[in-house]
Design a binder for this molecule. Sequence first.
Ligand code: 5GP
Length: 175
Amino acid sequence: MDNQNLKVLLPREDIAATVRKLAADITRDYHDKNPILIGILKGAFVFMADLVRCLNFPLELEFVRLASYSGTQSTGQLKMLQTLPCPVEGRHVLVIEDIIDTGLTTAFIMGYVKTKSPASLKLCALLDKPARRCAPVDIDYLGFTVPDRFVVGYGLDYDQKYRNLPDVCVLEAKP
Ligand code: 5GP
């Protein structure tokens, strides 16, 4: 860690304002739908916690956890470590992601939920990094578009560290 610098990309105040804006859009669309919000662990936990505290209508929360098959990172070879514990058939589902990069994780989870026959299925992501996209993804509610840099903080990690940073920061090697 000593040979790395953190540079704030998205300050906490900007994140909070954007979360409030996303919550207003989601409230407009879901206030009478009793939706199930599905957070993708671990990265989305901070975003999800802030977002749902801005939503003042009936909803349910679930979490799923994914992992790449060992040795095949970024190939889209994903498996569920924690599957959905509740039925979503006939329910309005909103998937909550931290960051969309290649799109492979999101495409996998959206495909998985779709097989459970929800009444509707949409996607909310805090960050979009479109530069490396290889699986097409429609983001219904988006916080920020970010450049092709490795970011940490606000739930996002490097080697399980930095999730607790309140700002989104770029992790850079020291010169
Ligand atoms: P994708 O499948 O879209 O390539 O990647 C999705 C997952 O990769 C994210 O949920 C996140 O866990 C991880 N990821 C992608 N880009 C970044 C990044 O810049 N920083 C961190 N910390 N994780 C990232």
